[in-house]
Design a protein around this ligand. Structure first.
Ligand code: SAH
Length: 213
């Protein structure tokens, strides 16, 4: 579990690449420059950890590409102490980036193997989300709602009603929508019944699956 000057140098290069690709939120870039992504991967991938790529993390899942993590985090417009729900904890990397940005993070994962590994890893790295849950993210976390922001890190065939219902007025839901390819979608809640919708480019995610495993 070592984080060296070399790793820091690679992270600084990654942050530059993300800026070149259009990421401007300073809070997002600062956080990515601090989170040791190589410690979220199996050691065989350590040398590649700061490439802007997705990698396998077990249970047939992947850690999202840094650009995707940055893009989604930027769309969330995270303020200090904001209450954020993440669907798809996976490796915990996105969780850690949000925690470092000052958010109070609640995260749900449906794969028990990943839930267990990540629950052990995050405290070792000094990252303390408010709540990690093993369950089905389609349902959200009604007991902790409403949230300032909700981020879904798996491809959703449709936007789950339960997640829309758990958003504060003014809150932001960032969700990739589609079957094979996904359109990054931002919903901003205007009032009890109305949501403003914005769509961004195409992304590719592992699918958001029903029920836990
Ligand atoms: N944020 C993660 C991305 C992991 S990939 C990271 O940076 O590593 C997407 C994750 O979503 C996978 O771990 C997958 O198991 C999980 N997932 C898929 N469907 C889900 C659901 N319905 N509820 C919760 N998690 C889900």
């Amino acid at each position: 579990m070592k984080d060296t000057n070399k790793h820091q140098g690679l992270r600084n290069q990654l942050v530059k690449q993300l800026q070149d690709k259009g990421i401007t939120d300073k809070n997002v870039l600062d956080s990515i420059s601090k989170i040791p992504r190589h410690l979220f991967l199996e050691s065989s991938f350590e040398d590649f950890a700061y490439q802007d790529k997705a990698f396998p993390i077990g249970a047939g899942q992947t850690i999202s590409q840094p650009y995707t993590v940055a893009f989604q985090s930027q769309l969330l417009e995270v303020k200090k102490e904001a209450k954020i729900l993440e669907i798809g904890t996976g490796s915990g990397y996105q969780t850690a980036v949000l925690c470092k940005m000052g958010a109070k993070v609640y995260s749900v994962e449906r794969q028990n193997e990943l839930f267990k590994t990540t629950s052990l890893l995050l405290p070792k790295l000094g990252i303390r989300p408010k709540f990690l849950s093993f369950g089905d993210g389609y349902k959200g976390l009604p007991q902790y709602a409403p949230f300032d922001g909700i981020i879904v890190t798996a491809g959703a065939p449709f936007i789950p009603q339960a997640l829309m219902a758990q958003l504060k007025i003014g809150g932001r839901l960032v969700i990739p929508v589609g079957e094979n390819e996904q359109i990054m979608t931002l919903l901003i809640r205007k009032n009890e019944t109305q949501f403003e919708k914005h769509e961004y480019g195409d992304f590719r995610f592992v699918p958001l699956l029903e029920d836990k495993n």
